[in-house]
Every structure is written in C-alpha cells, then in structure tokens.
Design a protein around this ligand. Sequence first.
Ligand SMILES: Nc1ncnc2c1ncn2[C@@H]1O[C@H](COP(=O)(O)OP(=O)(O)OP(=O)(O)O)[C@@H](O)[C@H]1O
Ligand SMILES: [Mg+2]
Length: 261
Amino acid sequence: MNSPLLTVSGLAKRYRRGGKTIAAVDDVSFAIEPGETLALAGPSGSGKSTIARLVLRLIEPDAGRIQFEGDDFLALSGSALRARRARLQMVFQDPLAAFNPRATVARLLDDPLRIHGIASRAERPRRIAALLERVGLNADLAPRAIHEISGGQRQRIAIARAIATNPSLIVLDEAVSALDVSVRGDILNLLLDLQAKERIAYLFISHDLGVVRAIAHRVVILDAGRIAESGDARAVIGAPQSAIGKALVMATPKLHRTTAS
Ligand SMILES: Nc1ncnc2c1ncn2[C@@H]1O[C@H](COP(=O)(O)OP(=O)(O)OP(=O)(O)O)[C@@H](O)[C@H]1O
Ligand SMILES: [Mg+2]
C-alpha cells in the first residue's frame, strides 16, 4: 500500500559537446512519497533541470528506471502515457516563455480541461473560475492576456493549470526564483496550502537553500550530475556533510542568521 509515488533509479543522461561527453546526470536514485516535497538543490549545471526533464519524459535517459504510480513510466506510450501525464504536471520559472504570452488566462486553463477530457465545454467556464479561486485569484482575471498580469499572478496561473488535471506530483523548476521576496513567500504558502488540502507531492528544484528549507521535507544535493548527499531538509541544511553542501550553505547568508536562533 505504502509504496513511493515516484521512484527514480540509476538515472543517467549524457550530452556530447565539442567532441567531449559530459554526464549531465550520473547514476541518480531517489523516491518521493505521496504528499511529500523532495527538493533538488545544487549549483548551476549540476543536473537539476535535466532530472526534471527526464522525470517529465520531455527527454529520454541513457540509463535508469522511473516508476510512477506503480507503472514503469518509461515503458508507457499512447493513451496510457497520456492518461498518466495528467497526474504528473510541471511549473517552470518563466510562464511567459512556457506559454503563449498573448493567450488569455481562460485559454490557458481551458487547455488541460479540454485536452484531458476533464470537463464538457458547457462546464469549463465554471471549472476555470473554481481553479482561479483555488490559487487565490479573482475570476475576473479570466479574459486577461497573461502578458498583462503580474509575475506573481502569472505563476499562480501556472499552478492553476498544473492542478487542473488533478495531479499527484508537480515538478517545479525554479518556480519561485524570479519572484520578489514577498511574492515568493505568497507562492510558497499557496504551494504548502495546496499540498495540505490535496496531498500533492512536489519535486521542487531550487538553487536557494532558504527556499528549500521553507518548503521541502527532504533534499537531494547534486554536484556535477551526481548525488553529493541527501536527507531531511532541515538536518542537511543545518549540518551539511558534503563539500558542495557546505559551500551552498555558506553561499546563503540568511540561513546562518535563522539557524542560529
Ligand atoms: N540539451 C543539452 N545539450 C548539451 N548539454 C546540455 C543540455 N542540457 C543540459 N546540458 C548540460 O548538462 C549539465 C546540466 O545542466 P542542467 O540544465 O540540468 O543544470 P541545472 O542544475 O539545472 O543548472 P541551473 O541551476 O543553471 O539551471 C550542464 O553542464 C549543461 O550544460
Ligand atoms: Mg536548471
């Protein structure tokens, strides 16, 4: 009964660049339980986004296995893959790059409801209003184009779109990194609130250990594609064991102040 939601084992992805092969992801294994937040942290180029893309099957691995909701996720295709994809959603750093900036809020939220056959045409406007409410936005935002609304509102729309298909797991790649500190706090609170209400698990990618400590139960610290250390987020950030973990904590000055009290 109590099997992990997502299990990644021995994941590897290499890229060729200028005659050299680089291991972007090298023998990475981890699991995420239902309703849990696992953070991936690490310096730029350590493989965080590559792992996100592999888990979402936007790219294929060179080696490794991905089990999601009990299935061999890499073996799924056709309608089985489409059905499973509804349960595994994503939120990226920049919604304007991920979506057509001229698309309206209503259109962005209508897409998943239509594509995954979640609601009839007649029902969808009501579902869109309900989604907006779940992410703390007013329904009168529906006709606006996303390039006209604020960065915080835009990221709420990205989250609304992600939860439209009733996912069990959302992959968030630097989803709050571009936001002002106060807006960032609001979005983190929204994510915590959704998780508490709906038991959604997050694979939360961030280079900011302050953010990781605020939202994650566990953390995996990556260094050049490999896992340097992992464990309870507060324990690892409070007393990192690896050289890269220590360096990341040192590079986050506000952590020293808050952990000292
Ligand atoms: N499509 C690609 N072609 C070639 N190399 C790539 C490609 N995608 C990623 N890489 C390389 O793989 C390594 C890992 O990149 P990745 O984007 O996963 O890092 P990251 O941890 O997300 O970094 P950042 O914090 O800057 O977002 C880097 O060396 C990167 O240059
Ligand atoms: Mg990245």
